[in-house]
Design a protein around this ligand. Structure first.
Ligand code: NAP
Length: 103
């Protein structure tokens, strides 16, 4: 059975991808950022395996990965943000933009 991990799956495109993967009968792992989101998602999609981590937190990712019992075939690294308000060359939020790239 195909095994997939979709990050940022509590809403938006990630959530719809998770639903589509469940419909295919795949083994679906998803990531969210908080325990509350994990519980909400588990009640919506009871068959998915939910992990809790921020994609910029390597330690938390490693911890979540250590809990896997089988390899992941497909990763959709969907988590992302649109970036800071100030993104023009003469008025740039450099810290905010660096964080956007990190995610
Ligand atoms: N929608 C579009 O038109 C469009 C166009 C081009 C590219 N994209 C990209 O496609 C992806 C999904 O878009 P979307 O519209 O579904 O976005 P969305 O509704 O804003 O959802 C973004 C998801 O990413 C998660 N996320 C944000 N920062 C995170 C972090 N540091 N660690 C872990 N998760 C994080 C959010 O979690 P929280 O709920 O906790 O914030 C949420 O689950 C994004 O990467 C976006 O940049 C979207």
């Amino acid at each position: 059975m195909t095994s997939i991990l979709i990050t940022g799956a509590n809403r938006g495109i990630g959530l719809e991808l998770a639903k589509a993967a469940v419909d295919k009968g795949w083994l679906v792992h998803v990531s969210v950022r908080t325990q509350a989101q994990a519980e909400e998602l588990s009640s919506l999609l009871p068959d998915v395996q939910t992990m809790v981590f921020d994609v910029t937190d390597r330690e938390a990712i490693a911890k979540a990965a250590a809990g896997l019992t089988a390899p992941i075939d497909v990763v959709i690294n969907n988590a992302g943000v649109i970036g800071p308000d100030k993104q023009s060359p003469l008025n740039m939020d450099f810290e905010g933009f660096a964080q956007t790239l990190a995610i």
